[in-house]
Design a protein around this ligand. Sequence first.
Ligand code: B12
Length: 209
Amino acid sequence: MPQLDKLLADLEEPEFLRQLEECLERGDDPAELLEECRGGMDMVGKRYETKEYFISDLVMAANIFTEALNKVRPRLGGDPKPGGTKIVLGTVQGDIHDIGKNIVAALFSARGFEVIDLGVNVPTQAFVDAVRESGARLVGLSALITTSFAGIRATVEAFAAAGLRSRVKILIGGGPVNEEVRRYAGADGVAGNAVEAVNLAESFSKEAA
Ligand code: B12
């Protein structure tokens, strides 16, 4: 079994991509492969904390992961369906991490949702406006740095202030986001990875139907 996580953490780009191709060719589960790669990003984060890696290494790791996601995306299957359940997705204000959000977006599209991706560092009002314009009943907020938990909460509060809180289910996720953060922010659900995120969204959509 190749160690995709370690190859990514060591920034061994050509060998990492070669082995990823091999795994895809032999039919390994694409979502599981992405989770293994995510383990490599955790190692990168730890090396950054211990000052073995610098920001430039984080950028390089992010670029390699993005290439990996581009290779894996077609294998996730499905087609984006304009008529599917809509979800407004974005990384909250103050935060520019988007790899996890992009994986979540890819899996939602593959499972037949229509994803309205607002990108990164999204102002609270932009989420509210997107829900108003699209009529989406699901919102997904991503956050990777602890200082952006306040951005999650502010976004939830913005929906309340706009009188839309009961219309939408708000899912949150991203590295350190957990049940405690969900309670702090007043969101409806939290998921630890993209597969859990889609399953939770599907159960919310069924409830609403
Ligand atoms: C790559 C990286 C970067 C890249 C990001 C590039 C990009 N395009 O995203 C760059 C270099 C830009 C970067 C910048 C910074 N980073 Co950074 N970064 C990382 C790193 C190494 C990996 C993140 C990642 O991509 N993980 C892989 C993805 C797949 O995992 P994920 O995001 O968790 O997503 C999964 C789940 O969480 C879930 N999910 C994700 N989103 C959502 C959304 C919903 C709705 C749901 C339901 C689920 C869900 O599904 C995903 C798939 O399974 C992490 C370390 C780590 N362990 O995460 C640090 C890390 C997050 N960064 C950190 C820091 C400090 C920074 C900077 C502040 C550094 C600086 N001094 O400038 C800046 C932040 C700037 C800002 N304002 O945002 C710290 C945060 C510490 C903290 N206490 O908050 C970390 C933890 C590193 C560390 N250990 O110190 N970073």
